[in-house]
Design a protein around this ligand. Structure first.
Ligand SMILES: Nc1ncnc2c1ncn2[C@@H]1O[C@H](COP(=O)(O)OP(=O)(O)O)[C@@H](O)[C@H]1O
Ligand SMILES: [Mg+2]
Length: 447
């Protein structure tokens, strides 16, 4: 991929091998490059495939099976077995359902496959949004991810729920029919809970109001999107529809997956379970408090109502599944295993400077431990690594003879500088002794 015969790094297209200098533009991703010519070619292939796909010629053999969906998601998401299985099944059933729709309406006596929206709960930073994002990459139906935090009731300032549908139509390239069989993931759904036995503060009221508005979508309704509201969509290149004509979209067959951390829900479950286990002749069991994750796995619709979700809303979410907090081992795997794992990314960044980045295994474990202390799941990993590597990434490009950087346990634990090995010398650099750009450049580059 990189040709360094003349001493300088030259990038070449990974597809046609053309040199950077021979093309108009070379786009780089982690470990690959593509030239403008190959992008054009790919676009043609993709456009052809899409139009074939939307003309519905596909046999049932094209349905990705739950195991395949799972295997794909595994490339991005570590652990979370239970949630992966539930989501794979939900998505697969959704496919089957929309495939049989035309048949159902003709033969009225068919078993009707009911829609099964999903609620995904569990602690922050443990992969809920990532699961949704990974699913969206393999699915063959339009998929959009929305956030409930900014949603408002229709008529209030902010994004109203119709905006979600607009995004879905956009994901379907303006094809309303396809959008009607799409999947919507709504994140941070717990942020629109009505606060239990709270007063009627403004946000509480609107939280419930937003639930009401979303409920309509979940139940299945025909939403009319006025031309004004569609404005942004029209400029994004939807298929030509009359500018005056309102867009009508039926949400009856759209699959909704909603996710949220639901902090404190485990206490509600615990209280319910505790209340039930009492009264058995006063037996006092030496009860050890069950883990939060185990409690969350036992959530019932009533617990969600106690949390502040309206019963009708909960009633529209027949499948409830949860993610578990990530332990140390999972966090280390997250650092190193997924396709675009952080360690691979930093490795690649330094490789472009012709420097090899090495992490001591103990250092990775220490990163995981620090992230666990922060309590934000895998979210903390990036900033911990950034803190350690920023000085390396700042200085190394100015030091021509660095061949290897080793991130040690001390670098993570006590803020020591990572060790910088030089190609020509056995004594490593130490970064703390403030390196000045240019001052220590080796006369010849060795690599
Ligand atoms: N199970 C996981 N596997 C791989 N990466 C994860 C996992 N959980 C979290 N991450 C990382 O942490 C980031 C935040 O996770 P996210 O999915 O947004 O968490 P949340 O559960 O709060 O939605 C992700 O972008 C990803 O890099
Ligand atoms: Mg999230």
């Amino acid at each position: 991929m990189t040709d360094i015969s003349d001493g300088k790094t030259r990038l070449v297209c990974s597809f046609c091998d053309k040199d950077q200098a021979q093309v108009v533009k070379l786009v780089s991703g982690p470990g690959v490059h593509i030239c403008d010519g190959c992008v054009d070619l790919c676009m043609e292939v993709v456009v052809a495939a899409r139009s074939e796909g939307s003309s519905r010629g596909r046999g049932p053999d094209r349905l990705p099976k739950p195991h395949e969906i799972r295997a794909f998601v595994d490339r991005y998401v570590v652990g979370q077995d239970k949630a992966k299985r539930s989501l794979a099944v939900a998505v697969y059933n959704h496919y089957k359902r929309i495939r049989t729709l035309p048949a159902q309406s003709v033969s009225g006596d068919d078993v009707e496959l009911a829609k099964s929206n999903v609620l995904l709960l569990g602690p922050t930073g443990s992969g809920k949004t990532l699961l949704a994002q990974s699913l969206s990459r393999i699915l063959d139906v339009p998929f959009t991810i929305a956030d409930a935090t900014g949603l408002t009731e229709a008529g209030y300032a902010g994004q109203d729920v119709d905006g979600i549908l607009l995004r879905l139509i956009y994901a379907a390239d303006g094809d309303i029919g396809r959008a009607e069989t799409g999947i919507v993931y709504i994140d941070e759904i717990d942020k629109i809970a009505r606060r239990p036995d709270g007063g009627s503060g403004t946000r509480d009221v609107s939280g419930e109001g937003v639930q009401q508005s979303l409920l309509k979508l979940l139940e299945g309704t025909v939403v009319t999107i006025s031309p004004q509201n569609r404005g942004s969509l029209a400029t994004q290149g939807s298929r030509s529809r009359s500018a005056q004509e309102p867009t009508r979209i039926d949400t009856g067959n759209i699959l909704f997956i909603v996710g949220g951390a639901f902090a404190g829900l485990e206490k509600i479950v615990e209280a319910r379970l505790g209340a039930r286990s009492m009264g058995f002749g006063g037996t006092v069991r030496s009860r050890q408090r069950p883990a939060d994750a185990d409690l969350l796995e036992q959530v019932l619709p009533d617990d969600l109502v106690s949390f502040g979700m309206i019963p009708e809303f909960v009633g529209r979410l027949p499948m409830i599944t949860s993610v578990r907090p990530l332990d140390r081992e999972a966090l280390v795997r997250i650092l190193t295993e997924p396709k675009n794992a952080l360690v691979h990314q930093y490795h690649r960044l330094l490789e472009l400077d012709e420097v090899e980045l090495v992490f001591e295994p103990a250092a990775l474990e220490a990163v995981a431990d620090l992230a666990m202390e922060r309590g934000t799941g895998a979210r903390g990993l990036r900033s911990i690594l950034d803190d350690v590597l920023i000085s390396v990434m700042y200085d190394v490009p100015s030091l021509d003879d660095v061949s290897q950087v080793v991130v040690t346990l001390e670098a993570i634990r006590s803020g020591a500088s990572p060790v910088l090995h030089r190609a020509q010398s056995s004594s490593p650099y130490t970064l703390n002794s403030s390196v000045e750009a240019g001052s220590s450049k080796a006369p010849t580059s060795s690599k």
